[in-house]
Design a protein around this ligand. Structure first.
Ligand SMILES: C[S@@+](CC[C@H](N)C(=O)[O-])C[C@H]1O[C@@H](n2cnc3c(N)ncnc32)[C@H](O)[C@@H]1O
Length: 270
């Protein structure tokens, strides 16, 4: 199991998928996310005729790019645990050729051993209810000899929070951050351990990229703040919680809440 079992990303209903899609669309426009995807694509060693799997493909944003990369004649397979999310990806890519989207589990890829040229997995290991290393072993099984496995993930265990021009508020939030678990990630430190997972699966690490996500849209900052608040509700006294909430609300209202999250990508060969 992951550090605290399954996370919210695994329990999407048809009704709750819309908000998640909106958040993923915002994240997909972030400069660091886009640049990291390009960096990964340049290292997949795939082209026309190749087969690639995007595990936890979400809305199919990157799956669309991968589909273009393997055309003509190739196959891009998107897999997502949540059927409503797989439905979104399928709908958005309905005109693309050579793409297949299925609902399924990262630890049980629907392909025989060594059947694919590359496996891509972005911001999924942090949400897994299972041990991330188990999923990565499954990716190693699915990829052919010399094939590539590329992992990208955030390291929420190293989340930095700052309130512009307010030392006291910054210290208050950092203190709370140190004491609470974020509810939207089951494996908070997954991003910092990608190389370990790949090596434990018997793969050879070829390249690493470490950047920091900072250009969060205000709505995404609010999402993180809501997560901290929700966790704090279990960990703090009522008066401490009220203080934290007003600190966050005030910082948000002034546009002064800054967050920074390390973002890692590691590419390995079988
Ligand atoms: C943060 S989103 C990332 C989506 C996409 N990879 C991207 O970067 O935009 C995480 C996705 O992983 C999916 N997911 C979570 N646990 C999974 C699992 N065990 N197997 C497959 N997909 C999973 C969620 O449904 C969600 O769509």
């Amino acid at each position: 199991m992951g550090e605290s079992g399954s996370s919210w990303a695994e329990r999407l209903s048809a009704a709750s998928v819309d908000g998640f899609v909106t958040a993923l669309d915002r994240q997909g426009r972030m400069d660091v996310v886009r640049a990291t995807r390009e960096w990964v694509r340049a290292r997949l060693a795939i082209g026309p005729g190749s087969t690639v799997i995007d595990v936890g493909c979400g809305t199919g944003d990157e799956l669309g790019e991968l589909t273009r990369l393997v055309a003509p004649g190739g196959r891009a397979i998107g897999l997502d645990l949540n059927p409503p999310m797989a439905h979104v990806a399928r709908r958005r890519l309905s005109r693309a050729e050579g793409v297949l989207v299925a609902a399924g589990e990262a630890t049980a890829l629907p392909v025989p051993d060594g059947a694919v040229d590359a496996v891509v997995c972005e911001r999924v290991l942090q949400h897994l209810g299972q041990e991330p290393a188990d999923a990565v072993r499954e990716y190693a099984r699915a990829v052919r000899g010399d094939g590539i496995v590329a992992l990208t993930d955030s390291d929420w265990s190293s989340l930095e929070i700052r309130v512009d021009d307010d030392e006291r508020a910054t210290r208050r939030l950092l203190d709370v951050r140190a004491r609470v678990r974020l509810p939207f990630t089951a494996n908070q430190g997954a991003g910092g351990r990608l190389g370990d997972y790949l090596e434990a699966a018997g793969l050879t690490v070829l390249d690493r990229r470490a950047t920091v996500l900072t250009d969060f849209a205000p709505e995404l900052v609010q999402g993180v703040a809501a997560g901290v608040n929700a966790s704090a509700a279990q960990a703090l006294s009522a008066s401490d919680l009220a203080d934290v909430r007003s600190t966050v609300d005030d910082a948000l209202a002034r546009g002064a809440l800054r967050i920074a999250v390390p973002f890692h990508a590691v590419v390995a060969r079988r």
